[in-house]
Design a protein around this ligand. Structure first.
Ligand SMILES: [Zn+2]
Length: 201
């Protein structure tokens, strides 16, 4: 694969990096891809002087696994400059990666699409080698608006199994007994055996 295409697939702008592809490093679980930030964009963001020099380098690692079995990582050699004029240090921003975010935009998109599948937060966390809390956080960021429904007169509570999934997790289902047609069963609620019925009034 072309080096630029490889970077674009990961949601990274090739313009950020030196075009020097290196062989991926094989680990027990996957591969480490090493890339280097370009060092010719030299303008101090604080005072806009162009008299800056390379102060040091730092390495950041970002997960880019696409499935449970393989743990792939991108290792970026980032450059830090120091300004001769204002003496402040800075690192040019890398497009495609939020500074405080450990995952590429591409992985986020994959996670978002998994929210629509029959997977629990924990399933998704395991798949991408992230914590359950991080997945819940991404869900909250993505799904900003959850409509509040009026409490029905009779509320049915049940749990169903994700029968198509391998790990057979149970999920809670709440249904309005009088109005609702449970989409998962595609039956009238009265045809289903509910484990709990809550009378509101
Ligand atoms: Zn400066």
């Amino acid at each position: 694969m072309n080096f630029n295409t490889f970077l674009l697939r990961l949601g990274l702008d090739p313009d950020n990096f030196k075009n020097i592809p290196s062989d991926p490093i094989k680990t027990d679980k996957g591969f480490i891809y090493e890339i280097e930030q370009r060092t010719d964009q030299r303008e101090c963001p604080h005072c806009h002087a162009d008299k800056v020099y390379i102060n040091d380098y730092a390495f950041v690692e970002i997960g880019c696994s696409e499935n449970n079995e393989i743990q792939d990582t991108i290792r970026i050699k980032k450059v830090r400059y120091k300004c001769r004029s204002c003496h402040k240090t800075f690192t040019p921003e890398i497009k495609g990666i939020n500074r405080y975010d450990k995952n590429t935009e591409q992985i986020k998109q994959l996670i978002y699409s998994d929210f629509a599948r029959k997977l629990t937060f924990q399933d998704i966390a395991n798949k991408y080698h992230l914590s359950n809390g991080r997945i819940v956080q991404l869900f909250d960021e993505k799904v900003k608006f959850v409509p509040r429904l009026k409490m029905p007169r009779v509320l049915c509570i049940d749990e169903i199994r994700f029968s198509e999934e391998i790990n057979q997790k149970f999920v809670c289902v709440l249904t309005d007994f009088e109005k609702g047609r449970d989409r998962r069963y595609d039956q009238k609620p009265s045809d289903c055996l509910f484990t709990g019925i809550l009378w509101i009034d």
